[in-house]
Unconditional design. Sequence first.
Length: 201
Amino acid sequence: MVTICPHCRNTQWNKEVSDHYIICPECGSKWGFIKKPLYVITGCSGVGKTTAAKELQKLTTDYVVLDADLFYNIMPHETEADHFDQIEQIFCLSNNISQSGRAVAWTMAGNIDKLDQVYHARFFSEIRVLALTSGEETLRKRMTDGRGIADEGWISSSVDYNEFFKTHEKIGEVPFSTMNVDDRTPEETAKCILEWMEMGT
């Protein structure tokens, strides 16, 4: 909605952004918009992203906290193009929500490397990514006891992804910070996430 030209009604994804203004290349119109940061809480399956996000929702109404599985469940997710389409829609929705004056935080396990490659990335002041990590023993316990997961392939994949976050600083060209959650309750993790988010405001 915010990117539709108010003069010629151009709906195409061809707008340019200069500071807090959108410029329509079709008619030259220029209009202001609220440019907020976008936050992504990532990490491997089972590390506690969703649980922490639910606690984060209880702590503050200054941010809109959403789960990217919303789009995974209703959009195709078989090809690279499908995954890029999901990120575009996540960003498009976030940009519209931002016009209320509240920034958006998403929980999202995959596609982190695509965050800087999509058209709608230009509508945010910055994209900040935080990866939740844990020790292998904690992760396995959370997956088996907490979520009842018995598939060793799934567990091993999560262990490997968790190790990636612990030993790297970016995925593709997208940098991320890390937070170990081994000794934190979901409530404590949510408070730490909120502190991390507010560091950039």
